[in-house]
Design a protein around this ligand. Structure first.
Ligand code: ATP
Length: 141
């Protein structure tokens, strides 16, 4: 069965490299699946736990957002931040999740009193935290 190269790059490092069967990501137009010999394309990525599929198993890689460039034999993910499960500090992600949830709840409880809260920003932070928690939990049985 054919494979396609995947490279996930953050501003600091190459976070992940593998020959894979399929990559599933979240984009503003919905879930996108990329397989070998896909037509060239560039897509924006939303925060998500990217699903990296192999012949017999699947791995998750958290991505905070960015872009994906697809060529027939290679997928390059240029991420604002990306982590494999082992790189994730679970407690930090839990705190980020709680912080974002609290901000959103506070705003909803009294919007006029909390005009300073940037809700889209908190929602984006919530999605990043959820992507990290899903990714880190994926390695547990
Ligand atoms: P926090 O509020 O905890 O900083 P964040 O979602 O605002 O989270 P990002 O801006 O997405 O963080 O990432 C900033 C840097 O911190 C990146 O290098 C990213 O890989 C790293 N990072 C963020 N959260 C975690 C985590 N839970 N575990 C490991 N690294 C993390």
């Amino acid at each position: 069965m054919p494979t396609i190269k995947l490279e996930v790059i953050s501003p600091d490092a190459i976070v992940y490299q593998a020959d894979i069967k399929m990559l599933i990501v979240n984009s503003p137009v919905g879930e996108l699946g990329v397989m070998p010999r896909h037509l060239p394309m560039i897509a924006e990525l939303l925060p998500c736990a990217m699903r990296v599929k192999f012949e017999d198993h699947e791995e998750l890689v958290a991505v905070a957002g960015g872009f994906m460039e697809v060529k027939p034999d290679k997928i390059t993910v240029l991420a604002s931040a990306a982590e494999t499960p082992i790189m994730i500090d679970e407690l930090r992600a839990e705190r980020a999740y709680e912080r974002a949830k609290e901000r959103i709840a506070l705003f909803k409880s009294a919007p006029l009193k909390h005009e300073e809260i940037d809700v889209p920003r908190a929602e984006y932070a919530l999605q990043r935290a959820l992507a990290r928690l899903k990714t880190v939990h994926s390695t547990r049985s």
